[in-house]
Design a protein. Sequence first.
Length: 238
Amino acid sequence: MPHGCRARLFNFLAVVFLGLSVVSSGWVVEIAVNPYGRLNPFPPPKGNFQPPTPVAAVMLPSETPTPGLAPSATHTAEATYPPSPTWTATPADTETPTPWPTLTRTPLPSTVTPVPSPTRSAFTYTAAITYQVHPVQLCDWMGVAGTVTDLQGRPALGAFVHIWGLGGVDELVAAGANPGYGPSGWEVRLGRGQIVGNWTAQLVASPETKKALSDAFLISMPGDCKRNLALVHFQKNH
């Protein structure tokens, strides 16, 4: 391309771009001045715009106004709390008191029942039995002896002691026949040595009738030289 034609082309392009710049600047200015005009392809949305309401100054009760200045509006803030829940008693929350047991006093009997005394023996005499060594005889002798007394402990004569048992022993001896044991003393030999065995002693009225004046008491000899004598004391009880 000749040099003159090229220069005219560049000048033409420069003029075109300059015109476009002017048009663009005018378009921008027009949109800025009137955003709702036809030249603005993206106009802003229209709406009721409310400018912010000025807020008056709030003074708390503890604040002190500055001297020389007019006090501003005072607002007392009141705290608002949600209402407290109401508690309603349910059957499970209600405790039923347990009644105290009723004490019943049992009246005492008007009359006192007497305690019965021991039954009196059916026989006139009772007996007490002890075992000891004979004061004279030792291991070559074994026997039974004793006394007979009345209610006051005095010697009672006239009765007989009946002894029978092991070895065919069957003897009657009068109270007082052996004064070595006392005025009503008596004695019966059971053997010439120590024998373990049982015999029976009973007080009777006479050898003929053998009427029992006491129970029949068991004599158990241990076969011991130190207890070769059984002492049986018959005493009247009523």
